[in-house]
Design a binder for this molecule. Sequence first.
Ligand code: PLP
Length: 496
Amino acid sequence: MTVGESLDFSHHFSEETKARKSSPLKTCIHLFQDPNIVFLGGGLPLSKYFPWDNLQIESPLPPFVNGIGESPSGDDKDTCHVEVKKNEITKAGDTNDIQLSRALQYGFSMGQPELLSFVRDHTQLIHNMKYSDWDVLATTGNTCSWESTLRIFCNRGDTILAEQYTFSSSIYAAEAQGINVFPVPLDEHGLIPERLETILDNWNPETKKPKILYTIPTGQNPTGSSMSDERKVAIYRIAQKHDLLILEDEPYYFLQMDAYQKDVSQRKETEFASHSDFISSLAKSFISMDTEGRVIRMDSFSKVLGPGTRLGWIVASKKILQAYIKLHEMTIQNPSGFSQAIVAGTLNRWGQGGFLDWLIGLRREYNEKRDVAIDALYEYLPETPALRVNPPTAGMFFTVNIDASAHPEFATKYQSKPELVEQAIYDKVIKSGVLVVPGIWFKASGDTQPPQPAESKKELDPNGIFFRGTYAAVPLDKLKEGIQRFGIALKEEFQF
Ligand SMILES: Cc1ncc(COP(=O)(O)O)c(C=O)c1O
């Protein structure tokens, strides 16, 4: 299939982006690697003054026969040995390692080529890209990617759209830059396209129209919901109609699981006969349906390899990535060279198939953790229509929805204000020795001046509140104990 080029979205760039010049020094830095040039151009320290001569790392070896949670024995049978040298070129699968003399030097704002080529192949394998001029750019994770995105596209006083409950750091990063985050309602299948369309069709013409929809489609933080493929198609169409860019923030994409089955005897974990079976089981991504370069995808190694790698990547059209490169030349420059050398050295030895084996192993682990959490919620939470447990199909979070009006003192002590009940439950759970967090912490509630019509701000369930918990952070016995404490706190508070 022949695919076309991306469209030009430079009309969406911020004033800051339009004003930003390329650093002239960065335009010649590649000549540092050219043996025919005597490089007297920049303050690059000689690599002989880098104190590290080599890096040696062990990780488990695909196909991870002992599961992904076991430490490697050191034996070649189950251990992947990575050795990266300062000056010597070492082999990593079909490619080379990133020598430390280069990894620890300035340059390569896009990221090191050996890492980028792995990430590019992975992107094509998973998303089967639908336009020709796309590329990837290494970042220090999605927190950085989002902060850069806001700078690249938004001016102070702009408004962006996001799921009504969303990752609080993303809201605060926007608000700190003077950007409103206008909420779009979501349910267990993710953001609701009809509500998005109503908001945009009725956008107050006296205010600047949003250019960006920020979404966490898979294992949404905080609700745990995952957006259906049909909704993504509908949302992409609305984005085309209203000239919106879609920012998909997908750190949980590979934590997709089987649907929760309450009856243990009916539980059967999916076994994948091949890697392509696994790939076909994954939710459709926005980037995979994008023919125009309208989607910017933010991916991260944080949840699949380790948050401290501080390594992630952006997939977008080359035209858009140019703006990120120019910004990063002035901000992060590039992710840590150690991190890139270690991660690329490991992944290039594992190969694309080995990385998929790792992700399949991770899926298995999270399936089990999710099942233990949801079983415990059904066991320990009072059975009443006032509470709803939402078993997620992806990510790290479960939520429990609560009808605040079911509280015996809703109208009296709490003056019919759901947020006061939410605070009282929070205080109670902390006293009971468990931490689950109130949904209100994640609520986007920005508006424009003059405001948007009342219809655009209608709540799905005005007395509904929810709490978010995770099954990722503690071992299974602690998880059950925590959920039992949560159940006791709710019973006492509501006198169920
Ligand atoms: C939706 C979302 N985006 C981004 C992040 C942060 O990702 P990173 O570690 O890649 O910066 C998180 C982490 O909790 C998250 O939930």
